[in-house]
Design a protein around this ligand. Structure first.
Ligand code: NAD
Length: 255
């Protein structure tokens, strides 16, 4: 119960990695607002957390909308008390090659992943910065991807959005640490979620680069997030923690 009573907001908490993060923070004692554009998914995850004895509430939010970000923070605080943790996890992808990608597709991905991350982090930070030194503070965790660190085919919008999140994480950390708000990020490698549909070629290419010869699970990523939200992490700011089975460690593989 390392996060007992620390109100948390998890965007994109209605499925996949975000659901794993919401469940993990709740099992560590945090009351969690499970915020997602897919309210049905968020409700299912929140109900599962409550059935397991945790505290959770679903909330519909679109991370691309500034008013939604403020509303999610206000809802979390009115239900559970002062916001202490925000995880900017909601994200989408588009694998179109550059020559075929309509601008609208590029814009949609960057708007959701990068702008959405900014809006959630900003709304959370505004709440966490309220009050005197004893009252203010919190943790913000962004979710990037190894695609924000490496080039690759079909990654123009997604990779650019995630690379942007990595720099945004550093800037947020520098500006907010003096207010007691620690900002860090987690960069997952290939992680198995319900809708993962990688063909054998892609799967082999990923596994070949991963020293730990398996895909990650939402629980693997959630463990890294929980560490960054807890008291064991008091002197880390602006760090991108790769939870990727060694993907980023591998350069050219000779055999
Ligand atoms: P997912 O599709 O299961 O989860 C994404 C969630 O975000 C969904 O519940 C979706 O409804 C929600 N969402 C989408 N647009 C939204 C919006 N505008 N407002 C609010 N919610 C919105 O996929 P996932 O793999 O769990 O992705 C979670 C995060 O992890 C993303 O940021 C993704 O880029 C990142 N990531 C995933 C992997 C992987 O292999 N699965 C690897 C690296 C990074």
């Amino acid at each position: 119960m390392k996060l007992l009573g620390r109100t948390a907001l998890v965007t994109g908490g209605g499925s996949g990695i975000g659901a794993g993060i919401a469940e993990r923070l709740a099992s560590d004692g945090a009351p969690v607002l499970v915020a997602d554009i897919n309210l049905e998914g968020a409700e299912r995850i929140a109900a599962g957390i409550r059935a397991a004895g945790g505290q959770a509430q679903a909330f519909r939010t679109d991370v691309t909308q500034e008013a939604d970000a403020a509303a999610a923070v206000a809802e979390a605080e009115s239900r559970f008390g002062r916001l202490r943790i925000a995880v900017c996890n909601a994200g989408i992808t588009d694998r179109s090659p550059v020559l075929e990608m309509p601008f609208a597709a590029f814009e949609r991905v960057v708007r959701t992943n990068l702008f959405g991350c900014f809006l959630t982090a900003q709304a959370a930070a505004r709440a966490m910065a309220q009050g005197d030194e004893a009252q203010r503070g919190g943790r913000i965790v962004t979710i990037s991807s190894v695609s924000g660190q490496f080039g690759g085919t079909g990654r123009a919008a997604y990779g650019a959005s995630k690379g942007g999140i990595e720099m945004l994480t550093k800037v947020l950390a520098v500006e907010l640490a003096p207010l007691g708000i620690l900002v860090n990020g987690v960069a997952p490698g290939p992680t198995q979620i319900a809708r993962t549909a990688h063909g054998p070629r892609q799967r082999d290419a990923f596994l070949n680069r991963m020293a730990v010869k398996r895909y990650g699970t939402p629980a693997d990523i959630a463990a890294a997030v929980a560490f960054l939200c807890g008291d064991d992490c008091g002197f880390i700011a602006g760090h991108m923690l790769n939870a990727d089975g060694g993907f980023a460690a591998a350069g050219v593989l000779y055999d």
